[in-house]
Design a protein around this ligand. Structure first.
Ligand code: GLN
Length: 481
């Protein structure tokens, strides 16, 4: 058994049992990054010395905890003290945070070893990781294709077994969509389940941090550490999280919003149906549910998210953070030049859309209306959950697309998020587990739950993974030779 074949849970157990040292494990993953990442471009920075030092401390018994010695990769929009946090943007090119995101601190407090920071669409705005100011990330299953986004670096790192666990953030699908396209398991927790402190804000009412890993079991292990109240994030919740998975779905009622899925491409519809049948085979029943306003979710999301982004990104003006245009004769010109040069095209587009929908005269027609759509969506979900325990949906309308295929057409790119954004608007948790491939490329089944019902989601995903092996398949690309 090679070290990279072990799941996160198995690695933690093997290190605890001293079958393998934390340093060997860290070295192994650093070696894989060294061998593979020139081609894949998943990491923006790697910390070999720092990682080895953390691993040595675990081996010396100076650090203990539930993740002792487990290497993790962190999306580069979470603050890591003393290590650059770029958000994939020029404007934060040299930003070294003076504090740590709570999610990162919690992993470290349990002995996790930080390997490095992963690539993302600039400020997490995108569905392909092509909006990064620094590099393209390639899908390990086919390097001519995108890994999805915006947590594309984290998903590619887990898929190529360069890290057994990674953190992503999900504002409209950025954990779930890349998980599906890279064939890994990803969890977007309930809004409030995981502290957002130190996550660079994109759309604060939607953003949520979560794990990408190889199985529901590994996501559960991570959530156990990540979940909980944080006095530094007033939207974080103290709702109890009881870990412990049951691979038993007998009697569970699973809702499928069939009328919303009628446009799904035949191959994607087939694998979705097969995935549903796996759970039926395990004793669950399918019920048809109506989510009548789901078709408004994408439009509402692309109003609410840019509106919040336009406000959140106002702080990058060259005064306090990162890049500053040096050649400006006065302060206003400095602001303008800093922002004109520091932000990429998609971020500017969002700032303009967001400013527009919030401006006097348009606020009621766009922003307020989108917020109303949000309310009716939440009601739709509440009504659906009267009839079922969990809801099943596909994650993406297609498998991973080619690099460059959608990058010049923003609307086409936004349509990639059609099945993921509604959960963020309603604040609900969603788990993606790998389902059958289409044309040799991964797909993902999305399991949606009531707020704070992660144990049930994860148990359902775990049950699915006891009956299928899609999560165990992994790419063996030729460049790995
Ligand atoms: N693809 C979506 C967007 O571009 C979602 C991004 C995210 O979840 N961070 O906004």
């Amino acid at each position: 058994m090679r070290i990279e074949d072990l799941s996160a849970s198995e690695l933690v157990d093997s290190i605890a049992a001293r079958q393998v040292s934390a340093l060997e494990v860290t070295d192994h993953f650093l070696g894989r990054i060294e061998a593979l990442d020139k081609e894949l471009g998943a990491f923006l920075s790697v910390f070999p010395d720092f990682a080895r030092e953390q691993a040595r401390r675990v081996d010396a018994g100076q650090v203990t905890g539930r993740l002792a010695g487990l290497p993790v990769a962190i999306k580069d929009n979470m603050c890591t003290v003393g290590q650059k946090t770029t958000c994939g943007s020029r404007i934060l090119e040299n930003f070294v945070p003076p504090y740590e995101a709570t999610a990162v601190a919690r992993l470290r407090a349990q002995g996790a070893v930080l390997l490095g920071k992963t690539n993302l669409d600039e400020f997490a705005m995108g569905s392909s990781t092509e909006n990064s100011a620094y590099q393209v990330t390639r899908n390990p299953w086919d390097p001519s294709r995108v890994p999805g986004g915006s947590s594309g670096g984290s998903a590619a790192a887990v898929a190529a077994r360069m890290a057994p666990l990674a953190l992503g953030s999900d504002t409209g699908g950025s954990i779930r969509q890349p998980a599906a396209l890279c064939g890994v398991t990803g969890l977007k927790p309930t809004y409030g389940r995981v502290s957002r402190y130190g996550l660079v804000a994109f759309a604060s009412s939607l953003d949520q941090i979560g794990p990408l890993a190889r199985s529901a079991q590994d996501c559960a292990l991570a959530l156990d550490v990540l979940a909980g109240l944080d006095p530094r994030d007033t939207t974080s919740s103290d709702a109890p999280y009881v870990s412990g998975l049951q691979a038993d779905v007998r009697g569970l009622k699973l809702g499928v919003p069939r009328s919303f899925l009628s446009d799904l491409a035949p191959d994607m519809a087939r694998v979705f149906e097969e995935a549903c049948q796996v759970l039926v085979g395990l004793g669950a029943t399918l019920v048809d549910v109506q989510l009548p306003n789901l078709s408004g979710a994408l439009a509402a999301y692309y109003i609410v998210a840019p509106a919040e982004a336009s406000s959140n990104l106002a702080r990058y003006d060259g005064t306090r953070y990162g890049f500053r245009a040096a050649d400006a004769p006065d302060v206003l010109t400095m602001f303008k030049r800093t922002r004109a040069r520091g932000f990429g095209a998609e971020v500017k587009r969002r700032i303009m859309i967001g400013t527009y929908v919030l401006s006097a005269g348009y606020y009621d027609a766009y922003y307020l209306k989108a917020q109303k759509v949000r309310t009716v969506l939440s009601r739709d979900f509440a009504a659906a959950f009267e009839q079922c325990d969990l809801i099943l949906m596909p994650t993406t309308p297609s498998t991973a697309f080619k690099i460059g295929e959608k990058s010049s057409d923003p609307l086409e790119m936004y349509l990639s998020d059609i099945y993921t954004v509604a959960l963020n608007l309603a604040g609900l948790p969603g788990l993606v587990v790998p389902s059958a491939p289409v044309g040799g490329l991964p797909t993902g089944l999305q399991i949606i739950g009531r707020a704070f019902d992660e144990p049930r989601l994860l148990s359902c995903g775990h049950a699915f993974q006891t009956a299928t092996d899609f999560h165990q398949r992994h790419p063996e690309p030729s460049y790995q030779s």
